[in-house]
Design a protein. Structure first.
Length: 303
């Protein structure tokens, strides 16, 4: 445990270890991903995908290693004991910081299949990581505003098609499809701009969740509803690297797949869309209340 060192030095060590870890695993990942790219056959994919997942999970395990070495964080976690690494899950979480991703990967690695995130198209150009996300078949999404789509209607439905194609790949071997329902990180400014009816959450965007359930609902064992709370405030990534994230509270609950919401046409059926929205809004009301309870409980606990 190196947390006794000055925070700047802790941050430097953590950053170096994180970069070395990525530079070690990504080239190995790309070798096998290139084989799959050159030979786009189902048999090749079925042979290569487990290797890629093993490499990614090893990478995450090494991330957990340097986190344990450099961070002194109290983890208050419930609900991850009875998960199955050989099944399919649809994972949903609130979203406050880039640190959320490391938290989720650290806690769920080897407990469920590798988390596959839907990523903004621009992030494919992130050095090293963009190639890694491509190699692991993370779907890259072009999210457009409604105003933009009115001017370019030919682009409407592109993200839905990307989601469907991604889910076809995910159906081949056990996968965890990760979805941040808010679509972006929570900030007070975004919360105020949206006039969100929730105290601790932005308004949920249900379209991606509806598409994933439509495409793969018969595969998913459960929806894993994850709630992440930082009692001392959501940390920035530099804040985390320098060892200043002292506490994190995580609650995971497995929800049954809503069978009545699997096969409707979310895009074109207003009745189905309203029914799905009501289900999501109830999920969000429950999460908002849970966050409030966890914050109140953490405030009364010794730091």
């Amino acid at each position: 445990m190196l947390n006794f060192l000055p925070s700047v030095l802790v941050g430097l060590i953590a950053t170096v270890l994180m970069i070395i870890n990525a530079l070690f695993w990504v080239p190995i990942l790309l070798v096998f991903a290139s084989i799959k790219f050159v030979l786009p056959l189902r048999a090749v994919r079925l042979a290569i995908d487990p290797i890629l997942l093993f490499i990614a999970e090893s990478w995450i395990s090494c991330n957990s290693g340097w986190m344990g070495l450099t961070q002194k964080t109290h983890w208050d976690v419930e609900g991850i004991q009875a998960l199955d690494p050989d099944n399919w899950y649809l994972v949903n979480s609130n979203h406050q910081s880039w640190v959320d991703i490391l938290v989720l990967q650290h806690l769920l690695n080897h407990r469920i299949p590798l988390l596959k995130f839907f990523i903004k198209q621009q992030l494919i150009w992130v050095p090293v990581m963009g190639l890694a996300w491509w190699a692991l078949d993370f779907p890259f999404m072009r999210r457009h505003s409604e105003e933009f789509l009115k001017k370019h209607p030919e682009l409407r439905g592109k993200d839905q098609e990307t989601t469907r194609k991604a889910c076809e790949k995910f159906a081949l071997i056990p996968t965890s499809v990760m979805n941040f329902l808010e679509g972006t990180r929570f900030t007070p400014a975004k919360h105020a701009k949206q006039q969100s009816p929730y105290q601790h959450l932005l308004k949920p965007k249900a379209g991606g969740l509806a598409l994933a359930l439509n495409a793969m609902g018969d595969k998913f064992q459960a929806i894993l509803d994850v709630t992440i709370v930082y009692p001392d405030g959501a940390p920035s990534f530099p804040h985390f690297l320098t060892g200043k994230m002292k506490r994190v509270v995580v609650r995971v609950r497995a929800l049954p797949i809503p069978q009545h919401l699997l096969k409707g046409d979310y895009a074109n059926d207003p009745v189905f869309r309203e029914a799905f929205a009501q289900w999501v809004q109830q999920l969000w009301r429950d999460k908002d209340a849970q966050i409030q309870r966890l914050l109140e409980s953490s405030a009364s606990s010794p730091k």
